[in-house]
Design a protein around this ligand. Structure first.
Ligand SMILES: Nc1ncnc2c1ncn2[C@@H]1O[C@H](COP(=O)(O)OP(=O)(O)O)[C@@H](O)[C@H]1O
Ligand SMILES: [Mg+2]
Length: 236
């Protein structure tokens, strides 16, 4: 298996567009990603940001077609094929949407799952190797990562409980069972350690409002710090 070197990790950077932010949410099914994203969107819109929520895979006409194909397939896709499919959708999303929209000042792009999902699902859980998936992404613009990633951490029991509450039909991933979910949690913990400056691991077993408070506090801090950095640069 390939090695994860510091050089490889260092090749992943956030895009530099003054006044705009790129965020992502990660975590297993039921962690609260969709719910918190809607709340964060409202919070940021009230602060006069233009907010775009994107989902992965998807977010472009090509990506949405691929999403359907992946989620509805009745036959097994190999982990390598799966990793490349997700990366293809992501490359299209970056060029077609993310880079263009972030260039508009005061924009926040929030991704419901991003690169870390590939690292965890295909890299760790399906056994392709995290290094292999990082290598697939080691070319511009796939090596652009969010400024900040919220990893909403819950255990498998909570995931099951919340999925039952939601009552949605089981899809490709959800049908995989408890052992698969346990492996995902371990994978997320590992990946969070690889990117300690970007990935913020939050205990998402807490209630919805407490979760929202923690997230908005961190985002508000990120925004005010970047504004004070801009002022410092202006003075130089
Ligand atoms: N912190 C929480 N406490 C209790 N229920 C929650 C919490 N976060 C989410 N839920 C509920 O769990 C279900 C799944 O949440 P959702 O936001 O769709 O998760 P995800 O998008 O991560 O799969 C929803 O019914 C939601 O209301
Ligand atoms: Mg969701």
């Amino acid at each position: 298996m390939k090695e994860i070197t510091q050089d490889l990790l260092n090749s992943f950077r956030s895009p530099a567009f003054p006044g705009s932010f790129f965020l992502s949410f990660e975590g297993i099914e039921g962690a609260g990603k969709s719910t918190q994203i809607i709340r964060l969107k409202t919070h940021l819109e009230n602060k006069n940001f233009r907010v775009l929520v994107l989902r992965e895979p998807g977010g472009t006409p090509f990506g949405e077609k691929m999403r359907q194909a992946i989620l509805e397939t009745k036959t097994e896709i190999t982990p390598l094929a799966e990793a490349h499919l997700f990366a293809a959708s992501r490359a299209q999303l970056l060029s077609e949407v993310v880079l263009k929209e972030l260039a508009v000042p005061n924009t926040v792009i929030i991704c419901d799952r991003y690169i870390d999902s590939s690292l965890v699902y295909q890299g760790h859980s399906r056994g392709l190797g995290v290094a292999e998936v990082l290598n697939i992404h080691n070319a511009f613009p796939l090596n652009l990562v969010p400024h900040l990633t919220f990893y909403l951490r819950i255990g498998v029991e909570t995931s099951e409980k919340r999925q039952k509450m939601r009552n949605a039909p089981k899809d490709y991933f959800e049908a995989k069972g408890v052992e698969f979910y346990k492996k995902l949690v371990v994978g997320y913990d590992l990946v969070a350690e690889l990117f300690p400056n970007r990935i913020l691991k939050l205990d998402a077993e807490v209630n919805l409002d407490e979760m929202t408070m923690r997230i908005t506090e961190v985002v508000d801090n990120l925004i005010s710090h970047s504004r004070s950095d801009d002022t410092t640069n202006d003075e130089m």
